[in-house]
Design a protein around this ligand. Sequence first.
Ligand code: FAD
Ligand code: SIN
Length: 523
Amino acid sequence: MATHKNDFLVLGSGIAGLVFALRVAGAGGVTILTKKRSVESNTNLAQGGIAAVFGSDDTFRLHIEDTLRCGEGLSDARAVRRIVEEGPALVRELAEMGVRFTRKGRRFDLGREGGHSRRRIAHAKDATGREVERALLHAARSHPNVTILEYHQAVDLVRGEDGQIWGAHAIDLSSGRVATHLARYTLLATGGAGKVYLYTTNPDIASGDGFAMAYRAGARLANLEFMQFHPTCLYHPKKKSFLISEAVRGEGAVLKTVSGIDFMKNYHPMKDLAPRDVVARAIDNEMKMRGDRHVLLDLSPISKAKIRNRFPNILRSCMKVGIDITKEPIPVVPAAHYICGGVIVDAEGRTSLPRLYACGEVSHTGVHGANRLASNSLLEALVYAAAAARSVTGAGSGDRIPSRLGRFRRRTARSGERLEIRRNWDLVHTLMWDYVGIVRSTPRLKRARRELALITRDVDELYRRLSLSGDLVELRNITLVGSLIVRCALRRKESRGLHYLEDHPRKEGAAGRNTIVYRRKID
Ligand code: FAD
Ligand code: SIN
Protein backbone atom coordinates (compact mmCIF):
# COMPACT_ATOMS: atom_id res chain seq x y z
CA MET A 1 0.00 0.00 0.00
CA ALA A 2 1.41 3.39 -1.03
CA THR A 3 2.21 6.02 1.59
CA HIS A 4 2.35 9.76 0.85
CA LYS A 5 3.56 12.52 3.17
CA ASN A 6 2.89 16.22 3.30
CA ASP A 7 2.75 18.93 5.97
CA PHE A 8 -1.02 19.40 5.99
CA LEU A 9 -3.79 17.04 4.98
CA VAL A 10 -7.21 18.53 4.32
CA LEU A 11 -10.24 16.29 3.90
CA GLY A 12 -12.82 18.16 1.84
CA SER A 13 -12.90 20.99 -0.70
CA GLY A 14 -15.81 23.13 0.49
CA ILE A 15 -15.40 26.56 2.08
CA ALA A 16 -13.83 25.21 5.30
CA GLY A 17 -11.20 23.04 3.60
CA LEU A 18 -10.26 25.59 0.94
CA VAL A 19 -10.00 28.59 3.27
CA PHE A 20 -7.80 26.59 5.65
CA ALA A 21 -5.65 25.23 2.78
CA LEU A 22 -5.03 28.68 1.30
CA ARG A 23 -4.06 30.09 4.69
CA VAL A 24 -1.59 27.35 5.62
CA ALA A 25 -0.09 26.95 2.14
CA GLY A 26 2.51 29.62 2.85
CA ALA A 27 3.88 27.47 5.69
CA GLY A 28 4.14 24.09 3.95
CA GLY A 29 2.75 21.62 1.45
CA VAL A 30 -1.00 20.89 1.49
CA THR A 31 -2.80 17.86 0.12
CA ILE A 32 -6.57 18.16 -0.26
CA LEU A 33 -8.48 14.92 -0.68
CA THR A 34 -11.99 15.29 -2.02
CA LYS A 35 -14.27 12.43 -2.80
CA LYS A 36 -15.85 13.64 -6.05
CA ARG A 37 -15.11 16.62 -8.29
CA SER A 38 -13.71 19.40 -6.13
CA VAL A 39 -16.71 21.62 -6.69
CA GLU A 40 -19.20 19.08 -5.31
CA SER A 41 -20.01 20.28 -1.84
CA ASN A 42 -22.75 21.83 0.26
CA THR A 43 -20.86 25.09 -0.15
CA ASN A 44 -21.44 25.02 -3.89
CA LEU A 45 -25.20 24.86 -3.38
CA ALA A 46 -25.52 27.64 -0.81
CA GLN A 47 -28.08 30.13 -2.00
CA GLY A 48 -28.97 32.76 0.61
CA GLY A 49 -25.45 33.95 1.47
CA ILE A 50 -23.23 34.86 4.41
CA ALA A 51 -24.62 36.64 7.46
CA ALA A 52 -22.45 39.53 8.66
CA VAL A 53 -22.95 42.99 10.07
CA PHE A 54 -22.65 45.54 7.26
CA GLY A 55 -25.97 47.44 7.41
CA SER A 56 -26.10 50.98 8.79
CA ASP A 57 -29.04 49.95 11.02
CA ASP A 58 -27.24 46.80 12.24
CA THR A 59 -24.87 46.11 15.14
CA PHE A 60 -22.80 43.20 16.47
CA ARG A 61 -25.11 43.14 19.47
CA LEU A 62 -28.19 42.53 17.27
CA HIS A 63 -26.53 39.75 15.29
CA ILE A 64 -25.38 38.11 18.53
CA GLU A 65 -28.86 38.40 20.04
CA ASP A 66 -30.54 36.90 16.96
CA THR A 67 -28.07 33.99 16.94
CA LEU A 68 -28.50 33.30 20.66
CA ARG A 69 -32.30 33.51 20.46
CA CYS A 70 -32.31 30.99 17.63
CA GLY A 71 -29.89 28.68 19.52
CA GLU A 72 -32.46 28.30 22.35
CA GLY A 73 -30.15 28.45 25.36
CA LEU A 74 -27.53 26.09 23.97
CA SER A 75 -25.23 28.37 21.99
CA ASP A 76 -21.84 29.24 23.41
CA ALA A 77 -22.00 33.04 23.73
CA ARG A 78 -18.22 33.45 23.35
CA ALA A 79 -18.16 31.50 20.10
CA VAL A 80 -21.14 33.50 18.80
CA ARG A 81 -19.51 36.83 19.62
CA ARG A 82 -16.36 35.66 17.92
CA ILE A 83 -17.94 34.77 14.55
CA VAL A 84 -20.04 37.94 14.56
CA GLU A 85 -17.06 40.21 15.29
CA GLU A 86 -14.48 38.51 13.07
CA GLY A 87 -16.89 37.77 10.20
CA PRO A 88 -17.15 41.08 8.32
CA ALA A 89 -13.38 41.40 7.71
CA LEU A 90 -13.25 37.83 6.35
CA VAL A 91 -16.23 38.43 4.05
CA ARG A 92 -14.46 41.54 2.73
CA GLU A 93 -11.36 39.40 2.19
CA LEU A 94 -13.43 36.98 0.10
CA ALA A 95 -14.60 39.92 -2.00
CA GLU A 96 -10.97 41.08 -2.40
CA MET A 97 -9.91 37.65 -3.62
CA GLY A 98 -12.57 37.74 -6.35
CA VAL A 99 -15.95 36.63 -4.94
CA ARG A 100 -18.48 38.76 -6.85
CA PHE A 101 -21.06 39.63 -4.19
CA THR A 102 -24.16 41.47 -5.40
CA ARG A 103 -23.73 45.20 -4.76
CA LYS A 104 -25.95 48.19 -4.25
CA GLY A 105 -23.61 50.92 -5.37
CA ARG A 106 -20.31 50.16 -3.64
CA ARG A 107 -21.87 48.42 -0.63
CA PHE A 108 -23.03 44.83 -0.34
CA ASP A 109 -26.70 44.34 -1.20
CA LEU A 110 -28.03 42.72 1.98
CA GLY A 111 -30.71 40.03 2.02
CA ARG A 112 -32.97 39.00 4.89
CA GLU A 113 -33.74 35.49 6.17
CA GLY A 114 -35.66 33.78 8.96
CA GLY A 115 -34.74 34.71 12.56
CA HIS A 116 -32.75 37.84 11.52
CA SER A 117 -33.99 41.16 12.86
CA ARG A 118 -32.06 43.09 10.18
CA ARG A 119 -31.02 42.73 6.54
CA ARG A 120 -27.53 41.27 6.88
CA ILE A 121 -26.95 38.53 4.30
CA ALA A 122 -24.17 39.26 1.80
CA HIS A 123 -25.01 37.26 -1.32
CA ALA A 124 -24.23 36.66 -4.97
CA LYS A 125 -27.82 36.76 -6.22
CA ASP A 126 -29.26 33.34 -5.26
CA ALA A 127 -26.15 31.26 -5.97
CA THR A 128 -23.71 32.58 -3.36
CA GLY A 129 -22.04 29.24 -2.70
CA ARG A 130 -21.26 28.63 -6.35
CA GLU A 131 -19.49 31.98 -6.55
CA VAL A 132 -17.56 31.44 -3.29
CA GLU A 133 -16.54 27.92 -4.35
CA ARG A 134 -15.46 29.15 -7.81
CA ALA A 135 -13.19 31.83 -6.40
CA LEU A 136 -11.67 29.64 -3.66
CA LEU A 137 -11.04 26.72 -6.00
CA HIS A 138 -9.42 29.01 -8.52
CA ALA A 139 -7.07 30.32 -5.83
CA ALA A 140 -6.29 26.82 -4.51
CA ARG A 141 -5.60 25.42 -7.97
CA SER A 142 -3.28 28.33 -8.69
CA HIS A 143 -1.24 27.87 -5.50
CA PRO A 144 2.04 25.97 -6.04
CA ASN A 145 1.91 24.39 -2.55
CA VAL A 146 -1.63 22.99 -2.85
CA THR A 147 -2.37 19.63 -4.46
CA ILE A 148 -6.01 18.63 -4.92
CA LEU A 149 -6.71 14.92 -5.38
CA GLU A 150 -10.26 14.44 -6.69
CA TYR A 151 -12.15 11.15 -6.33
CA HIS A 152 -10.10 10.32 -3.24
CA GLN A 153 -12.32 9.33 -0.37
CA ALA A 154 -10.93 9.21 3.16
CA VAL A 155 -11.97 5.96 4.85
CA ASP A 156 -10.43 6.26 8.31
CA LEU A 157 -7.98 8.43 10.21
CA VAL A 158 -4.44 7.27 11.00
CA ARG A 159 -4.16 7.15 14.78
CA GLY A 160 -0.79 6.66 16.44
CA GLU A 161 -0.45 4.51 19.55
CA ASP A 162 -0.42 7.66 21.68
CA GLY A 163 -3.75 8.79 20.20
CA GLN A 164 -2.29 11.46 17.90
CA ILE A 165 -3.76 11.73 14.40
CA TRP A 166 -1.23 11.61 11.57
CA GLY A 167 -3.41 11.63 8.45
CA ALA A 168 -5.92 9.34 6.79
CA HIS A 169 -6.28 6.19 4.76
CA ALA A 170 -8.11 6.94 1.54
CA ILE A 171 -9.45 5.05 -1.43
CA ASP A 172 -8.71 6.32 -4.91
CA LEU A 173 -12.15 5.81 -6.42
CA SER A 174 -10.87 5.64 -9.99
CA SER A 175 -8.45 2.75 -9.35
CA GLY A 176 -9.98 1.22 -6.21
CA ARG A 177 -6.57 1.36 -4.48
CA VAL A 178 -6.16 2.41 -0.88
CA ALA A 179 -3.22 4.63 0.14
CA THR A 180 -2.12 6.25 3.37
CA HIS A 181 -1.75 10.04 3.39
CA LEU A 182 0.35 11.15 6.35
CA ALA A 183 0.63 14.71 7.59
CA ARG A 184 1.72 16.71 10.61
CA TYR A 185 -1.78 18.14 10.88
CA THR A 186 -5.08 16.86 9.52
CA LEU A 187 -8.18 18.97 8.98
CA LEU A 188 -11.61 17.37 8.79
CA ALA A 189 -13.69 19.57 6.50
CA THR A 190 -15.99 16.89 5.16
CA GLY A 191 -19.26 18.81 5.56
CA GLY A 192 -22.63 17.55 6.70
CA ALA A 193 -24.79 14.46 6.88
CA GLY A 194 -28.06 15.25 5.10
CA LYS A 195 -27.89 11.94 3.20
CA VAL A 196 -28.63 10.10 6.43
CA TYR A 197 -32.23 11.20 5.71
CA LEU A 198 -34.49 10.20 2.83
CA TYR A 199 -35.32 13.78 1.87
CA THR A 200 -32.56 16.34 1.99
CA THR A 201 -31.36 19.52 0.33
CA ASN A 202 -27.78 18.16 0.49
CA PRO A 203 -25.78 16.74 -2.42
CA ASP A 204 -24.60 13.11 -2.46
CA ILE A 205 -21.27 13.92 -0.79
CA ALA A 206 -23.03 14.68 2.53
CA SER A 207 -22.90 11.18 4.03
CA GLY A 208 -21.40 12.19 7.37
CA ASP A 209 -17.99 10.60 6.67
CA GLY A 210 -16.13 13.07 8.91
CA PHE A 211 -18.38 12.47 11.93
CA ALA A 212 -17.98 8.70 11.52
CA MET A 213 -14.19 8.76 11.02
CA ALA A 214 -13.73 11.04 14.01
CA TYR A 215 -15.96 8.87 16.21
CA ARG A 216 -14.16 5.67 15.21
CA ALA A 217 -10.82 7.34 16.06
CA GLY A 218 -12.07 8.32 19.53
CA ALA A 219 -12.96 12.02 19.14
CA ARG A 220 -15.73 13.63 21.15
CA LEU A 221 -18.88 14.72 19.31
CA ALA A 222 -21.84 16.78 20.55
CA ASN A 223 -25.51 17.54 19.88
CA LEU A 224 -26.06 15.37 16.82
CA GLU A 225 -29.82 15.30 17.52
CA PHE A 226 -30.09 18.84 16.17
CA MET A 227 -30.70 18.16 12.48
CA GLN A 228 -32.11 21.27 10.88
CA PHE A 229 -34.93 20.73 8.39
CA HIS A 230 -35.13 23.54 5.86
CA PRO A 231 -38.78 24.50 5.44
CA THR A 232 -38.76 24.95 1.67
CA CYS A 233 -37.33 22.25 -0.54
CA LEU A 234 -38.96 21.99 -3.99
CA TYR A 235 -41.59 19.23 -4.11
CA HIS A 236 -41.29 17.70 -7.57
CA PRO A 237 -40.73 14.09 -8.68
CA LYS A 238 -38.17 15.12 -11.33
CA LYS A 239 -36.08 17.44 -9.15
CA LYS A 240 -35.27 16.11 -5.73
CA SER A 241 -33.23 18.08 -3.22
CA PHE A 242 -33.59 21.53 -4.77
CA LEU A 243 -33.68 24.30 -2.19
CA ILE A 244 -35.93 27.34 -2.43
CA SER A 245 -33.92 29.89 -0.47
CA GLU A 246 -35.32 31.49 2.64
CA ALA A 247 -34.29 34.78 1.00
CA VAL A 248 -37.41 34.36 -1.16
CA ARG A 249 -39.53 34.71 1.99
CA GLY A 250 -37.14 37.50 3.02
CA GLU A 251 -38.33 39.43 -0.04
CA GLY A 252 -42.02 38.88 0.78
CA ALA A 253 -43.10 35.38 -0.38
CA VAL A 254 -45.74 33.74 1.81
CA LEU A 255 -46.38 30.11 2.75
CA LYS A 256 -49.89 28.86 2.05
CA THR A 257 -51.74 25.59 2.29
CA VAL A 258 -52.75 23.92 -0.97
CA SER A 259 -56.20 25.46 -0.44
CA GLY A 260 -54.66 28.96 -0.20
CA ILE A 261 -54.63 29.70 3.57
CA ASP A 262 -51.56 31.64 4.84
CA PHE A 263 -50.91 29.79 8.08
CA MET A 264 -47.67 31.14 9.60
CA LYS A 265 -49.51 33.96 11.39
CA ASN A 266 -51.03 31.20 13.58
CA TYR A 267 -47.60 29.97 14.70
CA HIS A 268 -45.20 32.86 15.37
CA PRO A 269 -45.13 36.68 15.54
CA MET A 270 -42.40 36.73 12.86
CA LYS A 271 -44.78 34.73 10.61
CA ASP A 272 -42.98 33.44 7.48
CA LEU A 273 -39.65 34.71 8.78
CA ALA A 274 -39.82 32.84 12.09
CA PRO A 275 -36.79 30.64 12.92
CA ARG A 276 -36.54 27.52 10.78
CA ASP A 277 -37.53 24.97 13.40
CA VAL A 278 -40.83 26.79 13.93
CA VAL A 279 -41.58 27.09 10.21
CA ALA A 280 -40.65 23.47 9.42
CA ARG A 281 -42.84 22.15 12.26
CA ALA A 282 -45.72 24.40 11.19
CA ILE A 283 -45.54 23.04 7.63
CA ASP A 284 -45.30 19.47 8.93
CA ASN A 285 -48.36 20.08 11.11
CA GLU A 286 -50.42 21.66 8.31
CA MET A 287 -49.56 18.82 5.92
CA LYS A 288 -50.47 16.17 8.50
CA MET A 289 -53.71 17.90 9.55
CA ARG A 290 -54.90 18.33 5.99
CA GLY A 291 -53.43 15.17 4.48
CA ASP A 292 -51.57 17.28 1.88
CA ARG A 293 -48.26 16.19 0.34
CA HIS A 294 -46.81 19.70 0.28
CA VAL A 295 -47.58 23.35 0.94
CA LEU A 296 -47.20 26.29 -1.45
CA LEU A 297 -44.80 29.21 -1.51
CA ASP A 298 -46.62 32.17 -3.03
CA LEU A 299 -44.25 34.67 -4.67
CA SER A 300 -46.97 37.04 -5.90
CA PRO A 301 -46.00 39.77 -3.36
CA ILE A 302 -42.60 40.05 -5.16
CA SER A 303 -42.51 41.89 -8.48
CA LYS A 304 -41.63 39.86 -11.57
CA ALA A 305 -38.64 42.10 -12.25
CA LYS A 306 -37.30 41.47 -8.75
CA ILE A 307 -37.79 37.70 -9.07
CA ARG A 308 -35.85 37.70 -12.35
CA ASN A 309 -33.06 39.85 -11.02
CA ARG A 310 -32.69 38.48 -7.47
CA PHE A 311 -33.51 34.78 -7.96
CA PRO A 312 -32.33 33.81 -11.46
CA ASN A 313 -31.06 30.38 -10.37
CA ILE A 314 -34.34 29.41 -8.67
CA LEU A 315 -36.35 30.82 -11.59
CA ARG A 316 -34.35 28.78 -14.12
CA SER A 317 -34.36 25.56 -12.11
CA CYS A 318 -38.11 25.68 -11.47
CA MET A 319 -38.79 26.56 -15.12
CA LYS A 320 -36.91 23.38 -16.14
CA VAL A 321 -39.58 21.32 -14.37
CA GLY A 322 -42.44 23.41 -15.77
CA ILE A 323 -43.03 25.85 -12.87
CA ASP A 324 -42.97 29.54 -13.82
CA ILE A 325 -42.41 31.19 -10.45
CA THR A 326 -43.33 34.62 -11.81
CA LYS A 327 -46.84 33.27 -12.38
CA GLU A 328 -47.52 30.37 -10.01
CA PRO A 329 -46.69 29.27 -6.47
CA ILE A 330 -43.95 26.71 -5.77
CA PRO A 331 -44.89 23.39 -4.12
CA VAL A 332 -42.50 22.92 -1.18
CA VAL A 333 -41.79 20.49 1.70
CA PRO A 334 -39.27 20.52 4.56
CA ALA A 335 -36.09 18.44 4.09
CA ALA A 336 -32.98 17.62 6.15
CA HIS A 337 -30.58 20.50 5.57
CA TYR A 338 -27.89 21.12 8.18
CA ILE A 339 -26.57 19.30 11.23
CA CYS A 340 -25.90 21.68 14.12
CA GLY A 341 -23.89 19.20 16.18
CA GLY A 342 -20.55 17.69 15.23
CA VAL A 343 -16.99 16.99 16.24
CA ILE A 344 -16.26 19.15 19.28
CA VAL A 345 -13.59 21.80 18.68
CA ASP A 346 -12.09 24.57 20.77
CA ALA A 347 -11.64 28.21 19.74
CA GLU A 348 -8.77 27.23 17.43
CA GLY A 349 -10.63 24.40 15.68
CA ARG A 350 -8.75 21.69 17.64
CA THR A 351 -10.66 18.45 18.26
CA SER A 352 -10.15 16.27 21.34
CA LEU A 353 -7.55 14.24 19.37
CA PRO A 354 -4.08 15.78 19.08
CA ARG A 355 -3.21 17.03 15.55
CA LEU A 356 -6.78 16.63 14.31
CA TYR A 357 -8.64 19.85 13.53
CA ALA A 358 -12.21 20.23 12.27
CA CYS A 359 -14.01 23.16 10.63
CA GLY A 360 -17.26 23.85 8.88
CA GLU A 361 -20.37 21.72 9.13
CA VAL A 362 -18.59 18.66 10.52
CA SER A 363 -17.50 20.61 13.59
CA HIS A 364 -19.27 21.65 16.76
CA THR A 365 -18.01 25.06 17.83
CA GLY A 366 -21.00 25.85 20.05
CA VAL A 367 -22.23 28.65 17.77
CA HIS A 368 -25.49 27.11 16.58
CA GLY A 369 -26.84 25.63 19.79
CA ALA A 370 -30.20 23.94 19.29
CA ASN A 371 -30.95 25.69 16.00
CA ARG A 372 -28.75 27.47 13.49
CA LEU A 373 -29.60 30.98 12.40
CA ALA A 374 -29.83 31.16 8.60
CA SER A 375 -26.59 31.95 6.75
CA ASN A 376 -24.44 31.65 9.87
CA SER A 377 -22.76 28.44 8.68
CA LEU A 378 -20.64 29.86 5.88
CA LEU A 379 -19.67 32.59 8.34
CA GLU A 380 -18.71 30.08 11.04
CA ALA A 381 -16.71 28.01 8.53
CA LEU A 382 -14.78 31.11 7.41
CA VAL A 383 -13.92 32.27 10.93
CA TYR A 384 -12.91 28.87 12.30
CA ALA A 385 -10.93 27.85 9.20
CA ALA A 386 -8.90 31.05 9.61
CA ALA A 387 -8.42 30.36 13.34
CA ALA A 388 -7.34 26.74 12.74
CA ALA A 389 -4.86 27.88 10.11
CA ARG A 390 -3.36 30.39 12.56
CA SER A 391 -3.11 27.65 15.17
CA VAL A 392 -1.25 25.09 13.02
CA THR A 393 1.04 27.58 11.35
CA GLY A 394 1.96 29.04 14.73
CA ALA A 395 2.78 25.61 16.15
CA GLY A 396 6.18 25.26 14.44
CA SER A 397 7.30 22.67 11.94
CA GLY A 398 9.89 20.66 13.87
CA ASP A 399 7.73 17.65 14.72
CA ARG A 400 8.30 14.54 12.63
CA ILE A 401 5.76 12.00 11.48
CA PRO A 402 6.56 8.69 13.25
CA SER A 403 7.77 5.93 10.97
CA ARG A 404 5.70 3.15 12.55
CA LEU A 405 2.01 3.85 12.27
CA GLY A 406 -1.05 1.61 12.15
CA ARG A 407 -1.58 0.10 8.73
CA PHE A 408 -4.95 -0.05 7.05
CA ARG A 409 -6.29 -3.46 8.00
CA ARG A 410 -8.86 -5.34 5.98
CA ARG A 411 -9.67 -9.00 5.94
CA THR A 412 -9.91 -10.85 2.63
CA ALA A 413 -12.17 -8.65 0.62
CA ARG A 414 -14.09 -9.99 -2.32
CA SER A 415 -16.45 -8.44 -4.83
CA GLY A 416 -20.00 -9.36 -4.11
CA GLU A 417 -23.59 -8.40 -4.17
CA ARG A 418 -23.82 -4.59 -4.46
CA LEU A 419 -27.61 -4.75 -4.16
CA GLU A 420 -27.22 -5.28 -0.42
CA ILE A 421 -25.49 -1.92 -0.11
CA ARG A 422 -28.37 -0.09 -1.74
CA ARG A 423 -30.97 -2.00 0.26
CA ASN A 424 -29.36 -1.16 3.60
CA TRP A 425 -28.86 2.45 2.57
CA ASP A 426 -32.61 2.71 1.77
CA LEU A 427 -33.44 1.15 5.14
CA VAL A 428 -31.30 3.65 7.05
CA HIS A 429 -32.48 6.86 5.45
CA THR A 430 -36.14 5.79 5.38
CA LEU A 431 -36.17 4.87 9.05
CA MET A 432 -34.36 8.09 9.97
CA TRP A 433 -37.00 10.06 8.08
CA ASP A 434 -39.91 8.13 9.60
CA TYR A 435 -38.74 7.83 13.22
CA VAL A 436 -36.13 10.56 13.76
CA GLY A 437 -37.63 13.41 11.75
CA ILE A 438 -39.15 16.82 12.48
CA VAL A 439 -41.46 15.59 15.26
CA ARG A 440 -40.10 12.78 17.45
CA SER A 441 -41.28 10.54 20.29
CA THR A 442 -39.38 8.28 22.68
CA PRO A 443 -41.11 5.07 21.44
CA ARG A 444 -40.27 5.92 17.81
CA LEU A 445 -36.67 6.75 18.73
CA LYS A 446 -36.34 3.42 20.57
CA ARG A 447 -37.68 1.63 17.56
CA ALA A 448 -35.12 3.40 15.39
CA ARG A 449 -32.38 2.31 17.82
CA ARG A 450 -33.48 -1.35 17.62
CA GLU A 451 -33.67 -1.36 13.84
CA LEU A 452 -30.35 0.46 13.45
CA ALA A 453 -28.65 -2.11 15.69
CA LEU A 454 -29.75 -4.88 13.31
CA ILE A 455 -28.71 -2.90 10.24
CA THR A 456 -25.32 -2.16 11.85
CA ARG A 457 -24.65 -5.89 12.26
CA ASP A 458 -25.50 -6.47 8.62
CA VAL A 459 -23.40 -3.53 7.44
CA ASP A 460 -20.37 -4.58 9.52
CA GLU A 461 -20.58 -7.99 7.94
CA LEU A 462 -20.81 -6.46 4.44
CA TYR A 463 -17.84 -4.22 5.23
CA ARG A 464 -15.76 -7.30 6.05
CA ARG A 465 -16.99 -9.32 3.08
CA LEU A 466 -17.16 -6.93 0.11
CA SER A 467 -14.30 -5.19 -1.62
CA LEU A 468 -13.95 -1.58 -0.58
CA SER A 469 -15.94 0.96 -2.61
CA GLY A 470 -17.16 4.52 -2.11
CA ASP A 471 -20.75 3.30 -1.59
CA LEU A 472 -19.74 0.76 1.01
CA VAL A 473 -17.70 3.32 2.96
CA GLU A 474 -20.65 5.73 2.87
CA LEU A 475 -23.15 3.07 3.94
CA ARG A 476 -20.97 2.22 6.94
CA ASN A 477 -20.80 5.93 7.78
CA ILE A 478 -24.48 6.82 7.42
CA THR A 479 -25.39 3.81 9.55
CA LEU A 480 -23.03 4.95 12.29
CA VAL A 481 -24.08 8.61 12.08
CA GLY A 482 -27.77 7.63 12.12
CA SER A 483 -27.13 5.56 15.26
CA LEU A 484 -25.27 8.45 16.92
CA ILE A 485 -28.10 10.88 16.10
CA VAL A 486 -30.56 8.48 17.74
CA ARG A 487 -28.26 8.03 20.74
CA CYS A 488 -28.08 11.80 21.27
CA ALA A 489 -31.83 12.20 20.65
CA LEU A 490 -32.69 9.57 23.26
CA ARG A 491 -30.50 11.33 25.81
CA ARG A 492 -32.31 14.64 25.41
CA LYS A 493 -35.53 14.30 27.34
CA GLU A 494 -36.91 17.72 26.45
CA SER A 495 -37.98 19.70 23.41
CA ARG A 496 -35.48 22.37 22.48
CA GLY A 497 -34.93 24.05 19.11
CA LEU A 498 -34.76 21.44 16.39
CA HIS A 499 -35.33 18.49 18.71
CA TYR A 500 -39.08 18.25 19.29
CA LEU A 501 -40.22 15.34 21.43
CA GLU A 502 -43.98 14.77 21.68
CA ASP A 503 -43.73 13.08 25.07
CA HIS A 504 -41.51 15.88 26.52
CA PRO A 505 -42.88 18.98 24.80
CA ARG A 506 -41.12 21.53 27.04
CA LYS A 507 -37.58 22.79 27.65
CA GLU A 508 -35.79 21.63 30.80
CA GLY A 509 -34.83 25.12 32.02
CA ALA A 510 -33.54 28.07 30.00
CA ALA A 511 -29.92 26.93 29.67
CA GLY A 512 -29.48 23.53 28.07
CA ARG A 513 -26.80 20.87 28.29
CA ASN A 514 -24.84 19.42 25.41
CA THR A 515 -25.20 15.72 24.62
CA ILE A 516 -21.72 14.31 24.18
CA VAL A 517 -20.81 10.98 22.59
CA TYR A 518 -17.48 9.25 22.06
CA ARG A 519 -16.14 5.76 21.66
CA ARG A 520 -14.74 4.36 24.86
CA LYS A 521 -12.71 1.49 23.45
CA ILE A 522 -10.45 2.03 20.45
CA ASP A 523 -9.05 -1.07 18.67
P1 FAD B 1 -18.93 21.19 2.26
O1 FAD B 1 -19.03 22.44 1.52
O2 FAD B 1 -20.10 20.29 2.22
O3 FAD B 1 -17.67 20.40 1.72
C1 FAD B 1 -17.40 19.10 2.15
C2 FAD B 1 -16.31 18.52 1.29
O4 FAD B 1 -15.84 17.31 1.86
C3 FAD B 1 -16.75 18.16 -0.12
O5 FAD B 1 -15.70 18.56 -0.97
C4 FAD B 1 -16.86 16.65 -0.09
O6 FAD B 1 -16.67 16.01 -1.33
C5 FAD B 1 -15.73 16.31 0.85
N1 FAD B 1 -15.83 15.01 1.52
C6 FAD B 1 -16.84 14.49 2.25
N2 FAD B 1 -16.50 13.29 2.72
C7 FAD B 1 -15.24 13.03 2.28
C8 FAD B 1 -14.35 11.94 2.41
N3 FAD B 1 -14.68 10.84 3.10
N4 FAD B 1 -13.13 12.03 1.83
C9 FAD B 1 -12.77 13.12 1.10
N5 FAD B 1 -13.60 14.17 0.92
C10 FAD B 1 -14.81 14.13 1.51
N6 FAD B 1 -25.19 28.12 4.71
C11 FAD B 1 -25.10 29.46 4.77
O7 FAD B 1 -24.42 30.00 5.65
N7 FAD B 1 -25.72 30.22 3.82
C12 FAD B 1 -26.47 29.69 2.82
O8 FAD B 1 -26.99 30.41 1.99
C13 FAD B 1 -26.59 28.28 2.77
N8 FAD B 1 -27.35 27.71 1.80
C14 FAD B 1 -27.36 26.34 1.71
C15 FAD B 1 -28.06 25.74 0.65
C16 FAD B 1 -28.03 24.38 0.49
C17 FAD B 1 -28.78 23.73 -0.64
C18 FAD B 1 -27.30 23.58 1.41
C19 FAD B 1 -27.25 22.10 1.24
C20 FAD B 1 -26.63 24.16 2.46
C21 FAD B 1 -26.66 25.54 2.63
N9 FAD B 1 -25.98 26.16 3.67
C22 FAD B 1 -25.90 27.52 3.73
C23 FAD B 1 -25.12 25.38 4.56
C24 FAD B 1 -23.67 25.52 4.08
O9 FAD B 1 -23.65 25.52 2.68
C25 FAD B 1 -22.78 24.39 4.58
O10 FAD B 1 -22.96 24.20 5.94
C26 FAD B 1 -21.32 24.72 4.30
O11 FAD B 1 -21.16 25.01 2.94
C27 FAD B 1 -20.45 23.57 4.72
O12 FAD B 1 -19.15 23.81 4.26
P2 FAD B 1 -18.03 22.73 4.54
O13 FAD B 1 -16.80 23.25 3.92
O14 FAD B 1 -18.04 22.38 5.96
O15 FAD B 1 -18.56 21.42 3.77
C1 SIN C 1 -31.23 29.48 2.26
O1 SIN C 1 -30.82 30.17 1.32
O2 SIN C 1 -32.42 29.42 2.61
C2 SIN C 1 -30.24 28.66 3.01
C3 SIN C 1 -29.55 29.49 3.98
C4 SIN C 1 -28.92 28.64 5.04
O3 SIN C 1 -29.08 27.43 5.08
O4 SIN C 1 -28.23 29.22 5.88
